[in-house]
Design a protein around this ligand. Structure first.
Ligand code: BEZ
Ligand code: FE
Length: 294
């Protein structure tokens, strides 16, 4: 086969990849070729634009190391991560909605006793976080692991300022008590821009977009027999709720970070200054109840 033109080359490539012995490889390869060729036919790139695209992807790769994953950021900002998340989390009634993991989760977060202060002595508005973990039917799940992480008062995660603060902070693992409950103290997170000093930042600027995420606390919750839940709880009223740069906000994940006067807090702590209180009751999806993709 030879002498392909702009109208015949797509079928020629499709024919070439049809020999893949693995059915999934064949399916993915064919879809990739069809969509990529359709994209090129639609935008009719000049040679210079094609070179710019290659250079953009090359710079994206060069930006990646063990601390920075620019390709995931690209996927996040183009809405692909949330699309993959949605496809893989068709949830039953009673199960908490999911959202992106993001790049700031670390495996080595310290395990703390319930009620601990995980602020690492960083300055900020005290925040009491309380909640529960249940099955979709409302049965409390004791001993579930609850990993949490969030930004500081200025919108920075610990891993972005380890030299300054010396150790991990504003992240921890807890285990729910016999009633499926957890609680801890920290400081109120702030909205923050995703890392935008690389090609993804250039793309956002060229597209006339800001790089901001609304303030949130991340949760990763696991219990035997249930699907791991990866989600956030966003602060009601945040100015970026409707323009989250990674499209991660869902109404069901927004809560008041309630302003509380000094006094005895819900966990019995006496507070001599105002603080905030965030409560969220999570529902996990049973592994057996996973709804298969159509
Ligand atoms: C985050 O929430 O930590 C996050 C998610 C996606 C991209 C960048 C940051
Ligand atoms: Fe985050």
């Amino acid at each position: 086969m030879r002498n392909f033109n702009e109208f015949t080359i797509t079928d020629a490539v499709l024919e070439r990849v049809a020999g893949a012995s693995d059915a999934r490889t064949r399916q993915v390869s064919e879809a990739l070729v069809r969509h990529l060729h359709a994209f090129v036919r639609e935008i009719q790139p000049t040679q210079a634009e094609w070179e710019y695209g290659i250079d953009f992807l090359t710079r994206t790769g060069h930006m990646c190391d063990e601390n920075r994953q620019e390709f995931i950021l690209l996927s996040d900002t183009l809405g692909v991560s949330m699309q993959v998340d949605a496809i893989n989390h068709r949830l039953p009634e009673g199960a908490t909605e999911t959202t992106v993991l993001g790049p700031f989760f670390v495996q080595r977060a310290p395990e703390h006793a319930l009620g601990a202060d995980i602020s690492g002595q960083l300055q900020g508005i005290p925040l009491l976080v309380t909640g529960s973990v249940s099955s979709p039917e409302g049965q409390p799940l004791a001993g579930a692991t609850v990993d949490v992480w969030h930004s500081d008062n200025d919108g920075y995660y610990d891993v972005q300022q380890l030299e300054k603060i010396g150790d991990l902070a504003m992240r921890a693992r807890f285990r729910t008590d016999l009633n499926g409950r957890f609680w801890f103290w920290t400081i109120k997170p702030a909205a923050y821009p995703i890392p935008h000093d690389g090609p993804v930042g250039d793309m956002l600027e060229a597209q006339g977009r800001h790089p901001w995420r609304p303030a949130h606390v991340h949760f990763m919750i696991a219990a035997p027999g249930y699907e791991q839940l990866v989600t956030h709880v966003f602060e009601a009223g945040d100015q970026y709720l409707d323009s989250d740069v990674v499209f991660g906000v869902k109404d069901s994940l927004i809560r008041d970070y309630q302003e509380m006067p000094p006094g005895v807090a819900a966990d019995g702590t006496t507070m001599d200054q105002p603080y905030r209180h965030l409560n969220y009751d999570f529902g996990l999806k049973s592994e057996a109840r996973a709804i298969r993709a159509a």
